[in-house]
Design a protein around this ligand. Structure first.
Ligand code: HEC
Length: 109
């Protein structure tokens, strides 16, 4: 039991490091992220739907970094569980890359 738990702990640590490094290296595909964001997030995150309107310019780059460092605290974390690691990275790349204070803020949603 203890062995199993520590193995799980190791896997979680590896995953966190992997995602952290991938984000730092900019491994996400922003164009794919835009598509995925519309498909998987905007269904709820739009005016008049269940959650508040969200788009890349809703936050600064630093705020997106913070958000992605604490995905497990979001109210919609179950939705994230359906996404692959690569999909999450692509969405991150889109949101962060076109954030409010980025060199190329998103103009349309
Ligand atoms: C089934 C509906 C649903 C889906 C799909 C969904 N969310 Fe959410 N999300 C919510 C609700 C409800 C909240 C909490 C209320 C709020 O913040 O509007 C929330 C909260 C958030 C927050 C925190 C609010 C903030 O401004 O920091 C972020 C960020 C977020 N979601 C991002 C996403 C992203 C990115 C996706 C796509 C991967 C996504 N959500 C998919 C329903 C959803």
């Amino acid at each position: 039991m203890v062995k199993k738990l520590s193995a799980l702990g190791m896997i979680l640590v590896f995953m966190a490091v992997f995602i952290g490094v991938a984000i730092a290296e900019g491994k996400g595909n922003s164009r794919k992220g835009k598509y995925l964001f519309r498909k998987s997030c905007r269904t709820c995150h739009t005016d008049g739907a269940a959650a508040k309107d969200l788009s890349p310019v809703s936050k600064t780059q630093a705020e997106w970094v913070k958000t992605f460092e604490a995905l497990d605290t979001l109210q919609c974390k179950e939705e994230w569980a359906n996404l692959s690691e690569q999909d999450s990275l692509d969405i991150y790349s889109y949101l962060h890359g076109h954030a409010f204070d980025s060199p190329s803020p998103a103009k349309c949603k």
